[in-house]
Write a protein of this length. Structure first.
Length: 305
């Protein structure tokens, strides 16, 4: 029987539910080994105001933290590794960075096919580029990517995700806003991605997996959102360095800078991003071919050096 290692990090359980659905066609047909990453100390959920923003600098700079010892056996040979993760500040969440930068990841990923499963609000492209690099550095071969995201508009999903993250309640805020996160329908529909994964696993042929997944709409990319997040990620890097000059995670001395970042980000999201989106669409025809090329790349599993 083929062996599949499933490594995930999820706070609310949303991402775990998605991954469980993705791999359901593999149940009984492959041996599945689960590893849920557990940071030490754990990140709070629900988050308390400043702790949420405090996760930004190390997420963006991809600075590893500490994880509880792994339960799986890294000496085993796995036929496929599935990595499931949410996005933190346009970056990989710290627990996944910690795993991917570990010696264990090098051991277990080396020359092995990897499939990533993302459960995001709507901005995941920059994080996946970081993940592609870390998988390659660990010797893994990225063969598939599946992205589920919140389909509501950018501004309302910012309000609902903050409400969800700060209260732990995945329910409609003030009965006016939509339910936060990825819809139940999309989560249930993730079952369809398991069949091409199972076929690739059985045939040990991974070359056309991403093509097959894309036919099932495994990745939908929105040019205006991607354009915004690519610019934002560059600015986040400036902020993360500025904040880290005052110390590491939890350091009292960096609170003022974290608060500055918070108000900066909220201002940019609600005041600047609608204008930026308008400008993007006005200039869209001039950059059509370039944007089309970029969208194809972001949907792929290749890594531009
Ligand atoms: C600290 C933090 C930052 C986040 N930043 C982003 C982001 O930049 N882009 C995005 O699409 N989602 C972002 N999210 C939402 C997550 O991608 C994810 O949808 C949510 O945390 C639920 O995932 P879970 O399975 O861990 O509960 C963020 C969540 C947290 C907690």
């Amino acid at each position: 029987m083929k062996k599949v290692l499933v490594i995930t990090y999820s706070q609310s359980g949303q991402l775990d539910e998605i991954v469980e659905n993705v791999i359901s066609p593999l149940q009984g047909k492959a041996e599945i080994v689960y590893e849920k990453l557990k940071p030490v100390p754990p990140f709070p959920f629900p988050w308390k105001d400043i702790s949420f923003w405090d996760a930004m600098p190390e997420s963006v700079e991809m600075i590893p933290a500490t994880l509880e010892p792994f339960k799986f056996d890294p000496g085993e040979k796995y036929d496929l590794i599935i990595l499931g993760y949410p996005i933190w500040f346009l970056s990989p969440p710290i627990p996944l960075t910690t795993f991917l930068k570990s010696e264990t990841a090098r051991k277990v990923l080396n020359d092995k096919p990897v499939v990533t499963v993302i459960g995001a609000r709507n901005m995941w492209v920059s994080a996946q580029e970081d993940i592609k690099k870390m998988i390659a550095e660990a010797g893994g071969k990225l063969k598939g990517n599946i992205v589920l995201h919140d389909r509501h508009n950018n501004l309302s999903s910012v309000v609902t995700i903050i409400y969800w993250m700060m209260t732990g309640k995945k329910e409609r805020y003030l009965s006016v806003f939509p339910k936060p996160g990825i819809s139940d329908e999309d989560i249930a529909g993730a079952v369809r991605f398991g069949n091409p994964i199972l076929a690739a696993l059985n045939n040990n042929n991974w070359d056309s997996l991403q093509e097959e997944l894309l036919k099932l709409k495994a990745v939908e990319a929105y040019p205006s959102v991607i354009s915004m997040e690519r610019k934002a990620k560059r600015i986040f890097r400036v902020w993360s360095r500025f904040i880290r000059k005052k110390g590491g995670p939890g350091e009292k001395a960096r609170e003022t800078r974290l608060k500055m970042f918070k108000w900066y980000l909220l201002f940019v999201i609600f005041a600047v991003s609608p204008i930026a989106t308008l400008v993007f669409y006005l200039t869209y025809p001039f950059f059509f071919l370039k944007i089309k090329r970029k969208m194809k790349y972001f949907k792929s599993v290749t890594l531009n050096q």
